[in-house]
Design a protein around this ligand. Sequence first.
Ligand SMILES: [Zn+2]
Length: 105
Amino acid sequence: MGAMACQPCSTVSLMPRIAAPRDLTRAIRSVREAMDAGVLAESDYWPKGQPRFTSVPFSRLSESGGWEDIVQYYFQCTSCGQRFRLVAETYRGSGGELSPDDDPA
Ligand SMILES: [Zn+2]
């Protein structure tokens, strides 16, 4: 990974693997806690050329299910700007993570 996390955003509870609905619930709670603490803010970033398929604002995202097929949100550290990505393919129940995102902007 090699992410240069600063002290505040190094406290974010990352989820390198989201493999079940309960993992996604934990990841959403983890981001919300970090946002409540002022560590993370939602980011406007979206990968170039990728259709935006998430229609629910993160602030209204359920923690307990009823998610869209793909959950994908970006956040950034309010101190150092490090970007984080929350992604999960809920229809397959696998293939997700909450992790630093270092793809080129
Ligand atoms: Zn940071």
